[in-house]
Design a protein around this ligand. Sequence first.
Ligand code: AMP
Length: 291
Amino acid sequence: MKLEALHSIEELRRTLAPIRNVRNSIGLVPTMGALHAGHGRLIETARRESSYVVVSIFVNPIQFDRSDDYSRYPRALPSDLEFCAARGVDLVFAPPAGEMYPSPQRAFVDVNEITDHLCGPFRPGHFRGVATVVLKLLNVVQPDRAYFGEKDAQQVAVIRQLVTDLNVPVEIVEVPTVREADGLALSSRNAFLTAEERSIAPTLYRALQTAAVLISAGTTCTAEIKKEALRAFDAHPEIRVEYLEIANASDMLPVEQITGSVRIAGAVWIGKTRLIDNVLCTPGGAQAASG
Ligand code: AMP
């Protein structure tokens, strides 16, 4: 079946009103489009759990800390609509920027502390932009559940905190990361990698895996673990490591000694492309398969 996108908030609200009234549960999958199998897993999870699935496709200008990243971000609405139709999505909401931000935005959502680490300091304003647009989307769609990928674990921690602190009536569902066979996490930005860059991109996942093995074997000092994990990049000086951190799995705050479940998270630059990834790890236990 062919799927059309709705572009206006008013149209979306009008369409959802009768649906809300007939015992449907609404699942929202917020995305920036250029959909791939990672998004696909979010949609499939939503499809299993919710009777009506909404996918939003919006390249949110206020979460980009670099204007060139915003302008070159891939946009692929026609193929995204086919992707959604093939997975049984009920409605695609693809507003233009002027619909979401008709006048200069003056109200923003700041989530403190969680955003002081990992990606936060390297991307000023990013999480403020994410938290603000997610709250706007939750207010517009009013879903029962909203689905987010573990690939962006700090983003999930930010959203969980905002939903709790601002009493937003929605269940946040986390979905495991989908990877290529060589471990590279799927990302819309992978399309920017040259063949040569693509061949070394799994180094980030290998570094995270090295740390995970040490933690599973009982090493608890994060400085020691990080030093060992960073060796993975020695053979690839062309990869610039932005950070490699070990954070508490629930609030994503960095830890020095490992006493419980942690996420090993990293960000690297390969050429002009920034990649992030993380894996969940429990000390003394097997690494979670979800990665
Ligand atoms: P994006 O379009 O990149 O903003 O991503 C939209 C949603 O898809 C976010 O919740 C991401 O965490 C999630 N996502 C992106 N890549 C993956 C992946 N490889 N596996 C699972 N979820 C993903």
